[in-house]
Design a protein around this ligand. Structure first.
Ligand code: NAD
Ligand code: ZN
Ligand code: ZN
Length: 391
């Protein structure tokens, strides 16, 4: 079959790879009908996620048709249309029982590598490095889905691929980002990043009852979506200069009540010195992150506020304003999204027409064009927000 493979820094290639097979009786094979490129894939593409190997099949946002199931998968049968969560979770361990699906204790066969880096291992993830399990991903014609008896959600007739696809990741991730804010009716919520994750975080903050939502980015075409499709206010940080100061002005001097970081380890920074510091330290592997948006979020939130981090980080960060967190009584919450938890409730919101997730799609291209699409998405060319790949 054909699949998009990682070939090293700034290089992916669509190649012939072996067809996936059932290896365990809880597996399903899904023939992919739609897949997407995520900001998380850019961290792979840019070479910041360790333990990638040349030829790895990438992609963790996908849906399609079940074509084969193991004997223990009794809830699915060939022909079912499903959307698949990006975290692989067993459904039986302590973490899964607590609803912490992305922290599943059983789904990462390479847990030892992750333990060295992070103390304990998170779940396995499709197409996201050997440290995360070495599972082949979904930018492919077909995928082996482990624990298929607990992960995939059947897509109702009448819901299109484009409506269902983002339940695999970015809609639930944005929703969890907002949910971790314990939104209250009078709240002002600020969101760093107007990519798909930030936009869904903003949508979700409103769904959960926020009074005002302010989205921060440097790309006007993305901020325009935040204004026109989400109803948020926006800050272009290049024009504004000092984001915490601008937020103070917009909130009567107090700062936003809750803040969501949806940028991740490759944050851009307008002002030279700190950005140069992060770039050098990240490039020489002395820190894994460029955590500028996290720093700004922490410094901006009001005293006693909540900092919700859904951007992806890999290891250790410098110049982390711990003093602000402790002295101003902030709460930090973070996580890879526990997607399984949100599949049904968010599907219900899609079916009822409350949310139409398709508003983020700007590009739909054949899988064969993945290499060009990665470049377009990475450099935010052609007003790109989200690319859907069609195998
Ligand atoms: P994206 O690349 O489309 O969007 C990131 C946006 O952040 C861009 O628009 C960029 O201009 C903006 N940005 C960069 N520096 C900034 C700064 N200093 N201040 C404000 N905005 C800034 O990516 P995406 O798909 O929206 O993903 C965003 C992050 O979420 C990534 O780190 C991704 O890995 C992560 N993610 C996490 C999970 C999870 O489960 N926690 C799931 C999916 C994605
Ligand atoms: Zn993703
Ligand atoms: Zn588990």
């Amino acid at each position: 079959m054909r699949a998009n493979t990682w070939q090293g820094r700034n290089s992916v290639e669509v190649q012939d790879v072996p067809d996936p097979k059932i290896l365990n009786q809880r597996d399903a094979i899904v023939k992919v009908t739609s897949s997407a490129i995520c900001g998380s894939d850019l961290h792979l593409y840019d070479g910041y996620i360790p333990t990638m190997k040349r030829g790895d099949v990438i992609g963790h946002e996908f849906m399609g048709e079940v074509v084969d199931v193991g004997r223990e998968v009794t809830n699915l049968r060939p022909g079912d249309r499903v959307v698949v969560p990006f975290p692989i979770a067993c459904g039986n361990c302590n973490a899964c029982a607590a609803g912490l699906w992305a922290a599943c204790e059983n789904s990462n066969p390479n847990a030892g590598i992750a333990e060295k880096a992070m103390g304990h291992s998170p779940c396995g993830i499709f197409g996201y490095s050997h440290m995360m399990g070495g599972f082949a991903g979904g930018q492919a014609e077909a995928v082996r889905v482990p624990f298929a008896d607990v992960g995939p959600l059947k897509v109702p007739d009448g819901v299109t691929d484009e409506q269902a696809l983002f339940l695999s990741d970015v809609f639930p991730t944005g929703f969890m980002g907002a949910e971790m804010c314990d939104v209250e009716p009078h709240d002002v919520v600020a969101v760093w990043g107007a990519g798909p994750v930030g936009l869904f975080a903003a949508v979700s903050a409103f769904l959960l009852g926020a009074h005002r939502v302010i989205v921060i980015d440097r790309f006007d075409y993305r901020l325009q979506l935040a204004r026109e499709k989400v109803g948020a206010e926006t800050i272009n940080y290049v024009e504004a200069g000092d984001v915490p100061e601008t937020l103070k002005e917009m909130t009567g001097g107090r700062g936003p009540d809750k803040v969501i970081e949806a940028v991740g380890m490759e944050a851009h920074h307008q002002h030279g010195i700190v950005h140069a510091y992060d770039r050098v330290k990240q490039a020489t592997r002395q820190e894994t992150e460029r955590p500028h948006a996290v720093r700004e979020a922490i410094l901006s939130v009001r005293n006693g506020g909540i900092v919700s981090i859904v951007g992806v980080f890999g290891g250790v960060a410098d110049k982390f304003p711990l003093g602000a967190v402790v002295n101003r009584g902030l709460t930090i919450r973070a996580g890879q999204c526990h997607v399984h938890r949100y599949l049904r409730p968010l599907m219900d919101r899609i079916v009822s027409g409350e949310v139409d997730p398709t508003f983020i799609i700007t590009h739909t291209v054949p899988l064969e064009e993945a290499p060009t699409a990665f470049e377009t998405f990475k450099h935010k060319q052609d007003e790109c927000v989200k690319v859907v790949l069609k195998p």
